[in-house]
Design a protein around this ligand. Structure first.
Ligand code: HEC
Ligand code: HEC
Ligand code: HEC
Ligand code: HEC
Length: 202
């Protein structure tokens, strides 16, 4: 009986696959630069959080102050793309390569920076555009986008509710920092480009 419930527990954890940061690229509990041995503390703190980024959830990592980023542009882009918004700044606080990974909880003198393919950098002109309002008007102007306020069959809810931050596209529209079940922390499994087809009506 005990064995049976253990098997059930194992099946529910592996098959139902709820959000799980442990063991992902964002589990820094075993990183040499993280002497706390903890996971959440690198990004969040229960007390004395950094309030400089208004919408940040109990933020504990030093926030990037880099400006101006080189932004995406093209002849067909309809959106008005601005400098990275609050949610994206949280990601760029490690991924633009200007702030050390161990600069959290007040430390500002770290020496370990992101390198390799995860380094997005301060030139984001070669990355999918972020930090702009995605609304029904943009969908109409573009002609090849779903109206984000209508229920999306792939998501179950609306694009606005499930992927946008105060109506804006940010890094976390496509990524969930805490859940790597789809690989690359993607919110939607991109097999058959399903992630792209959530918003693009192509
Ligand atoms: C690598 C940085 C990072 C780590 C580590 C991290 N988070 Fe987060 N967390 C974020 C970012 C960025 C956001 C805001 C973007 C978003 O909501 O997706 C966030 C949002 C949240 C939120 C509010 C939104 C939501 O998803 O409910 C909660 C609660 C949260 N984190 C809890 C945790 C806990 C608990 C841990 C540790 C087990 C943890 N986080 C580890 C970066 C991190
Ligand atoms: C505390 C620093 C930190 C923050 C904040 C952070 N990341 Fe990361 N992220 C990392 C590190 C370190 C890696 C691993 C790099 C490596 O393996 O070389 C990583 C890896 C990744 C990867 C690659 C995963 C893979 O499987 O290869 C993605 C995607 C990613 N992060 C997205 C995000 C997004 C989006 C946000 C914000 C919502 C964010 N990260 C916030 C430090 C951070
Ligand atoms: C429109 C969706 C979308 C947005 C917005 C987005 N990403 Fe990604 N990102 C992806 C996909 C899809 C991948 C998987 C790799 C690929 O297809 O190239 C990825 C991969 C990554 C990787 C891993 C790169 C590698 O080769 O290891 C990092 C790091 C990352 N994203 C960070 C970010 C950050 C930081 C932002 C905001 C500045 C961001 N992403 C915005 C869709 C997005
Ligand atoms: C959460 C919604 C969303 C997701 C997911 C998404 N996109 Fe986008 N994408 C947009 C919006 C909105 C624009 C802005 C379109 C415009 O202004 O013309 C855009 C812009 C683009 C552009 C630039 C268009 C231009 O005219 O310059 C390309 C190309 C693109 N996306 C491809 C992709 C691909 C490939 C994926 C999957 C990896 C993806 N998108 C995922 C919403 C999304």
């Amino acid at each position: 009986m005990k064995k049976f419930s253990l098997i059930l527990l194992f099946l529910s954890v592996t098959l139902l696959g709820y959000s799980q940061i442990t063991g992902t690229a964002h589990d820094f509990s075993g990183s040499a630069w993280n002497t706390t041995g903890r996971i959440c503390i690198v990004c969040h703190t229960p007390h004395n959080a950094d309030l400089t980024v208004a919408t940040a959830p109990l933020w504990n990592h030093e926030v990037t102050t880099f400006t101006p980023y080189t932004l995406y542009s093209s002849a067909t882009l309809d959106a008005t793309v601005g400098q990275p918004g609050d949610e994206s700044k949280l990601c760029l606080s490690c991924h633009d390569g200007t702030v050390a990974l161990e600069n959290f909880g007040g430390t500002t003198t770290g020496t370990n920076f992101i390198t390799g393919p995860a380094l997005v950098g301060t030139d984001i002109s070669d990355d999918h555009p972020i930090s702009f309002t995605y609304d029904a008007a943009l969908a109409t102007a573009d002609g090849g986008l779903f109206d984000p306020t209508t229920t999306n069959s792939g998501l179950g809810g609306t694009i606005s509710a499930d992927m946008l931050f105060a109506g804006r596209m940010e890094c976390a529209s496509c990524h969930d920092v805490h859940d790597d079940i789809n690989g690359f922390f993607l919110r939607v499994d991109n097999a058959g480009s399903a992630l792209c087809l959530t918003c693009h009506n192509k």
